[in-house]
Design a protein around this ligand. Structure first.
Ligand SMILES: Cc1cc2c(cc1C)N(C[C@H](O)[C@H](O)[C@H](O)COP(=O)(O)O)c1[nH]c(=O)[nH]c(=O)c1N2
Length: 226
């Protein structure tokens, strides 16, 4: 066991700053190489995520080769045309204007996968909730996002494809699911608020409308600020 008191004020501020200023980045990646030593820190952060039964279902595929990334970008462009066709009228036009991936612009891509058989047939904590392995992998993704923010590195999550689309390109075995496809690279500017909000696609909800006390729909009273 180790001491578990609160962080110093500066340490606390740094943690909240990483959380609050993290952004999903689609454009504006700098071409600067992300050194392997820095990447190793990000992967270490991801690998420190909680996981059901400590099954650590993740793997990390590091993609720097431009040809592989072009193949994946082509898949995303094809799937994006399908997605675009699902919106109507003004929404369709607005969708077309959004930049939703930086696969080729970012110098580095990462695919974070979930091995659905890691840990064997019976895993502590997963017996009644099969998808907790996927949820655990998402925790690893978020750890990486936050560590990247602290390093001045932007991350953009791309999900505009069928998971099976990536299987032949990355040689994924059947038991392995690609959970997150990430564009990664240094950034010198970040949107202050979600880019989709800045571009008037969607709005951040008010936290006060999302917190209940003792049951569904009974608002929790936030303490007055200050
Ligand atoms: C599982 C998942 C999948 C995706 C995303 C996120 C997550 C959690 N996001 C990014 C998403 O739009 C973004 O997180 C929100 O708009 C909030 O913005 P910030 O992350 O706070 O900047 C995202 N963005 C995008 O441009 N293309 C995409 O395919 C995806 N896919």
């Amino acid at each position: 066991m180790a001491a578990a008191g609160p962080f110093s004020e500066a340490e606390r501020a740094a943690v909240y700053r990483a959380i609050e200023t993290r952004r999903d980045v689609r454009g504006e990646f700098l071409p600067t190489h992300v050194p392997d030593a820095v990447l190793a820190r990000l992967l270490e952060a991801a690998h420190h995520a909680p996981s059901v039964g400590l099954m650590q279902p993740w793997n990390f595929i590091v993609l720097r080769d431009i040809e592989t990334r072009r193949r994946i970008r082509d898949i995303v462009m094809r799937r994006n045309a399908e997605a675009a066709a699902m919106f109507e009228d003004e929404r369709a036009a607005a969708y077309q204007r959004l930049k939703l991936e930086g696969i080729v612009e970012a110098p580095l891509n990462l695919c974070i996968t979930c091995d659905r058989e890691r840990g064997g047939k019976v895993v502590l904590g997963r017996t009644h909730q099969r998808d907790t392995d996927l949820l655990s992998t998402a925790c690893a993704v978020q750890n990486l996002f936050l560590a990247a923010r602290a390093e001045g590195i932007g991350v953009g999550w791309v999900s505009i494809f069928e998971p099976d689309d990536l299987r032949p390109v990355l040689g994924l075995p059947d038991r392995v699911v690609p959970v997150a496809y990430l564009c990664v690279g240094y950034v010198d500017r970040l949107f202050r608020r979600p880019e989709l909000e800045a571009r008037r696609w969607a709005k951040r909800l008010s936290l006060e409308d999302l917190v209940f006390a003792e049951g569904w729909d009974r608002p929790w009273r936030f303490p007055p600020e200050g």
